[in-house]
Design a binder for this molecule. Sequence first.
Ligand SMILES: NC(=O)c1ccc[n+]([C@@H]2O[C@H](COP(=O)([O-])OP(=O)(O)OC[C@H]3O[C@@H](n4cnc5c(N)ncnc54)[C@H](OP(=O)(O)O)[C@@H]3O)[C@@H](O)[C@H]2O)c1
Length: 291
Amino acid sequence: MKPQYIPEYNDDNRQSLPEKLLFPVRAVNKGKLEKAVIGKCILITGASYGIGFMLSTILSHYKVSLVLVARTADRLKQLEENSKDRPCKLYTFITDLRDEKQIDSLLQNLSDLELKIDIFISNAGKSIYRELFASVNRFHDTQRCAATNYTGPVQLLLGILPRIKEQKGQIINISALNVLLPPAAGWSAYQSSKAAFDQWLRCAEPELRNKNIYVSSIYLPLVRTRMSMINEKKHHQPAMSKSKAVNVILRCIINKKRKYRPWWSGIPVFFDTLFPNLWYRIQLRNLSKRK
Ligand SMILES: NC(=O)c1ccc[n+]([C@@H]2O[C@H](COP(=O)([O-])OP(=O)(O)OC[C@H]3O[C@@H](n4cnc5c(N)ncnc54)[C@H](OP(=O)(O)O)[C@@H]3O)[C@@H](O)[C@H]2O)c1
């Protein structure tokens, strides 16, 4: 299973006025961040592109051990090159989270290196938008999303859990706001897999907290990365910048907040509770217009 090489999406992290109002994110206090991460070992999946790449780059300026996981060797190499003169220690692993054997071998490597994991950031993700009747011969879409967004992260997390427990560490899940919102047509494969891992982790959270492990679930709105911008319809929609998404994660490392979601996310949920069929009918009307 070879990765699809979609190039990195670069923008200047611009935010229009509506985007500033919709996605206000406070800057990160560098002193507090340093205190929170210094000497720690941080495992980040999906470090090769987008949010994970920027997050890894920022953390590489601190005295930390970074365990970076992704499939694209060149991009991991680039991170290694960029970090040469920085105080971090980097361990990169080319691993496909859809492949049980590759995860087993990653776990073996981590164990051989005797790495203690203080913070696990489950960031790797695969998104797909495809209408149902265009998916009839594409069961693999659902399998790939499920393995990347749900079963792979569960396998990895179960394997490193004893180390996280030993360190009284933190687990941060980079989830999607859509899993909290009423479901949307065309997103079955992606949303169900993101929702599955979110639910899995929320079920586990009391047990984890009982063992002094912090859990943070970050429900990101649309963020301008190659994942979302591959869909041209999204280009003109309000979106959070990559750097703001990274700041949300860094702030969660500092303050161990249990949840992040945009301030307005309760509004659609409120309307859906008041008018449970409204969103469904809007979608039906839109689909019938397209017939
Ligand atoms: N962008 C958005 O609008 C948005 C919104 C809500 C939530 N999110 C979430 O944010 C997270 C980061 O996404 P992004 O926007 O930064 O997307 P991105 O730029 O496409 O990055 C995705 C990362 O996941 C890695 N990945 C994908 N499949 C993998 C696999 N099978 N095994 C190992 N690594 C894999 C990719 O690396 P390789 O290809 O090198 O393996 C890449 O580093 C995802 O969990 C996504 O669901 C994004």
